[in-house]
Design a protein around this ligand. Structure first.
Ligand code: NAD
Length: 342
């Protein structure tokens, strides 16, 4: 965005080792967009991802193709593979990290707990250990946390200082663990960090396990959609372009402490209204099966984004109607039904 560019030209200049950034999870949804934006701003992102099979490899390959089209180096590797991590850091002169790789998804965590502890906890410890070992402590670790840490919080909007010790899923527990681990590495090794609590991210190249993707797919194909909590849940849907703006601004902030920051839109949408917006953009009526709350789910997410505004200069600008229009356009153009979860 022009705003991001302006901010950067007032800083040290985006070239050089300070702006050679490893983006873990770069074959993923948020990671791909982050790497593309860094490159567009003149920085040097290095993508790192093990391309796991949680959802369509074909979709991940299409994202990797986008990266390669823009001359972004992509390394296929696991964050838990320390040797590969260090080799990649040395080869590319990486000095900092945007750590987005994770096992995402709340529902999947009910049946696959160990995928979460391994990929979300062990791997994060690995990155921090490597930062200590290689002395890469000048800049904060920027990493993805999640709105899910707020659990069944009933006080809205969610504020960073709210008590978050009541996780509704193992996914949430691993994200909260990341935050505590980042804090521990500050206490022990003086590594500062910025944990970004993303709120339901959606947009082109989005994830086929998430509601925006599933609703668009099924409504387009005339199939029944299941709407949980009878459509009464509220989600603070946040457009991926806005999230990426927040991530990039984090690169220019170092408070010398571990920080936690909400990145949301600050305008929650009732699920039933969300379905209507998708119906309108797709141009078809949904066939709705209304069901109750699911295990692990929370009724509301609603970000207080004043800290992000203040600390990062974050300013989300994409209304839900506009974001869904862009998503549905991408979906049609790419014939995205082929990426459906099996
Ligand atoms: P994604 O699943 O599309 O991307 C994650 C990527 O990480 C995948 O490509 C996967 O192959 C890779 N990965 C997983 N484990 C790995 C490992 N051990 N080593 C290397 N690569 C590995 O998910 P996303 O939506 O882009 O999410 C990015 C981050 O944001 C995640 O940390 C997620 O938990 C967090 N987050 C996302 C949302 C959202 O709505 N999309 C909301 C809150 C938090």
């Amino acid at each position: 965005s022009p705003m991001t560019k302006e901010r950067i030209t007032h800083l040290k200049g985006p070239n050089g080792p300070k702006y050679t950034v490893m983006v873990t999870g770069a074959a993923g949804f948020v990671g791909m967009h982050t790497a593309l934006a860094l490159k567009e701003l003149g920085m040097t992102p290095i993508g790192y991802d093990n391309v796991n099979e949680y959802y369509s490899i074909q979709l991940k390959e299409s994202r990797i193709k986008e990266l390669e089209k823009h001359n972004i180096d992509f390394v296929r590797g696991d964050v838990c593979d320390v040797d590969k991590l260090k080799e990649t850091i040395h080869k590319h002169n990486i000095t900092r990290f945007i750590h987005l790789a994770a096992q995402a998804g709340v529902r999947y965590s009910l049946d696959h707990p160990l995928e979460y502890t391994r990929n979300n906890v062990d791997c994060t410890v690995n990155i921090l250990e490597v930062m200590v070992e290689l002395g890469l402590k000048d800049d904060p670790l920027v990493y993805a946390s999640s709105s899910s840490v707020y659990g069944n919080n009933i006080k809205i909007p969610f504020h960073e200082t709210d008590r978050v010790e009541d996780p509704a899923s193992l996914y949430a527990a691993t994200k909260r663990s990341d935050e505590l681990i980042a804090h521990t590495y500050f206490n022990l090794h003086n590594i500062s960090s910025i944990g970004l609590r993303f709120f339901t991210v959606y947009g082109p190249y989005g994830r086929p396990d998430m509601a925006p993707w599933i609703f668009t797919d099924k409504i387009s194909n005339g199939e029944k959609i299941r709407v949980f909590n009878h459509g009464n849940s509220r989600r603070d849907f946040t457009y991926v372009g806005d999230i990426v703006q927040g991530i990039i601004h984090s690169l220019f902030v170092n408070t010398g402490q571990p920080e936690l920051v909400n990145l949301g839109n600050g305008r929650p949408v009732v699920l039933a209204d969300f379905v209507r917006i998708v119906e309108e953009r797709v141009g078809k009526k949904a066939n709705i099966e209304s069901v109750g709350m699911q295990k692990g789910d929370v009724p509301t997410t609603f970000a207080d984004i004043s800290k992000a505004r203040r600390l990062l200069g974050y300013n989300p600008t994409t209304p839900i109607e506009e974001g869904i229009t862009k998503f549905v356009e991408w979906f049609k153009e790419h014939d995205a039904t082929k990426y459906r979860m099996s």
